[in-house]
Design a protein. Sequence first.
Length: 98
Amino acid sequence: MFDKAIEIVEKAKQKGVKFYLPVDFVCGQAVSEQTPVIEVAWQEIPKGWLGLDIGHASVVLIKEILKDAQTIVWNGPMGVFEIDKFKMGTFEGLTELF
């Protein structure tokens, strides 16, 4: 689906649509409360690790974006919110909407 994702980003640029992606992630080696956790920029995710939540810099970015947004298209949670260590991004970002 990588090619499709690039196509969507390019179409957004062509139409002047602001399109944002997370800049950092809370990562683990498994979807588990017991997994070790690191927070890194997207390009620094180690091989074999999973991006399981957005990081703190992404939360700050999203909160800033939401201040002036008129229309928001949001596709699901920002992390595996069912697991406490991966729910911060979902709940911190959503608090700005309500």
